[in-house]
Design a protein around this ligand. Structure first.
Ligand SMILES: C[S@@+](CC[C@H](N)C(=O)[O-])C[C@H]1O[C@@H](n2cnc3c(N)ncnc32)[C@H](O)[C@@H]1O
Ligand SMILES: [Zn+2]
Length: 394
């Protein structure tokens, strides 16, 4: 047992630059990382937890209280091991070697490397020969600290105030180590069942196109009528035609054959991949004014409000084209603009409150839930959806 007087490595030095580098890289790991098990917003990088735990468990070889036996054995271990790095012979060299090892072991690529694991566990055991150290984390969150404690061969105790965090920890620290492959298989099986059931239940809301393709999302926009004498076209109130601006998967909406549109024509939209920002047209609403896509007439704010107040704004469902190929299945967000945007965002949360904000009331929306564009998103919402769907005739 290391005496209390003996400083731990973390008290004298820490390879912070290299651990930070590996911690930052870990953010982009998409396979085999607990972050893919369940989202936890405050999750700490495993690299940082692993390194800090080691630096707290291991003694500083330069401390006069550091057991000679540990130093001798640790030097011998690093002499024999095939790991890259200097073979230590003095206390200072051993300290540097341990810090170097901690930095290297922070690398995600080394995390399941048998040699790194064995050396780390050996060092922990050599420092605590009488009993396995117990790492207690009462604020365990996503479980990074107890998971890394187990990796280093310690016992771990995890708890948290939040039941979601407790469940994550239970699955991560108990269920997966005990039943890993069967659990994964069971999860795949149940997931497939849920998917099948959801597809069956929601099929009526996603009717197939004539070519058999099935849409994966609907985009909604409120519409008003153009008031130019020779037009009367439907204007979708869309502030932005962008769907996704991420460089590697840019998507936007465009008006089909816009150049050929004549006053009064029906407007159709399609999804495309813009090569540059310039290819994406400006939205149809700005500062509550709406511009007709067919004749370019601008409807002033008071007329937009008058129409939405009179009819509540016609909620048009725009089908988001044919399904995108899997690689293109960027998260399509419904874009609701102008009054609908406000209402759409707030509607769900505000259910139960009697009146929407005054800003929305100007547009004739006097009640939450009235004329709310509706999504057929979850099975739980299905009954409500179909009831409203019948009322709205879709
Ligand atoms: C910063 S997070 C921990 C993150 C964790 N180290 C990880 O890597 O995921 C803090 C955690 O403390 C929990 N917490 C806050 N107050 C608590 C309390 N009084 N008792 C237990 N847990 C608490 C929160 O639910 C949250 O999960
Ligand atoms: Zn017009």
């Amino acid at each position: 047992m290391i005496s209390k007087e003996c400083k731990r490595l973390a008290e004298v030095d820490f390879p912070i630059a290299v651990v930070s580098k590996h911690s930052a890289r870990e953010k982009s790991i998409r396979h085999g990382h607990p972050s893919t098990l369940h989202l936890w917003w405050a999750r700490r990088p495993l690299a940082a937890c692993r390194s800090m735990l080691l630096a707290l468990l291991l003694p500083d070889p330069c401390d006069p209280h550091c057991p000679v036996e540990f130093k001798t054995k640790a030097c011998a271990l690093f002499q024999q091991t095939m790991l890259p790095g200097k073979k230590p012979t003095t206390d200072a060299e051993l300290r540097a070697r341990l810090l170097h090892f901690i930095g290297d072991f922070a690398d995600w690529d080394n995390v399941s490397n048998r040699t790194y694991l064995e050396v780390a566990r050996w060092l922990v055991r050599a420092t605590h020969p009488e009993e396995t150290p117990l790492v207690v984390d009462p604020f365990a969150g996503g479980g990074s600290i107890p998971l890394e404690a187990l990796r280093l061969g310690c016992d771990a105790f995890a708890s948290d105030l939040n039941p979601v965090a407790c469940l994550i920890n239970k699955v991560l620290l108990e269920d997966i180590p005990r039943h890993g492959p069967e659990l994964a298989e069971e999860l795949r099986h149940v997931g497939a069942e849920v998917k099948k059931a959801a597809e069956r239940e929601l099929a009526e809301f996603y009717p197939r196109d004539p070519d058999g393709a099935r849409p994966i999302a609907y985009l909604w926009a409120r519409t008003v009528r153009c008031e130019a004498p020779n037009c009367g076209a439907e204007i979708p109130l869309v502030r932005s035609f962008w769907l996704c601006k991420k460089a590697e998967r840019r998507r936007a909406l465009r008006v089909k054959d816009e150049a050929k549109l004549k006053p009064g024509d029906a407007v159709a939209l399609e999804i495309f991949t813009p090569a540059s920002e310039k290819e994406v047209r400006a939205g149809t609403v700005s500062r509550a004014k709406a511009t007709c896509l067919c004749c370019r007439t601008t409807l002033p704010p008071e007329r937009v409000r008058a129409q939405t107040a009179a009819g509540g704004g016609h909620a048009a469902r725009r089908r988001a084209g044919t399904p995108l190929p899997p690689a293109h299945r960027c998260r399509l967000r419904r874009r609701l603009e102008g009054p609908a945007a406000v209402e759409g965002r707030c509607g769900h949360e505000a259910r139960g409150r009697s009146k929407p904000d005054p800003g929305v009331q100007k547009y004739g929306m006097m009640q939450w839930g009235a004329n709310r564009p509706i999504r057929a998103a979850t099975a739980r919402e299905r009954r409500t959806c179909s009831r409203r769907g019948r009322r709205w005739g879709w």
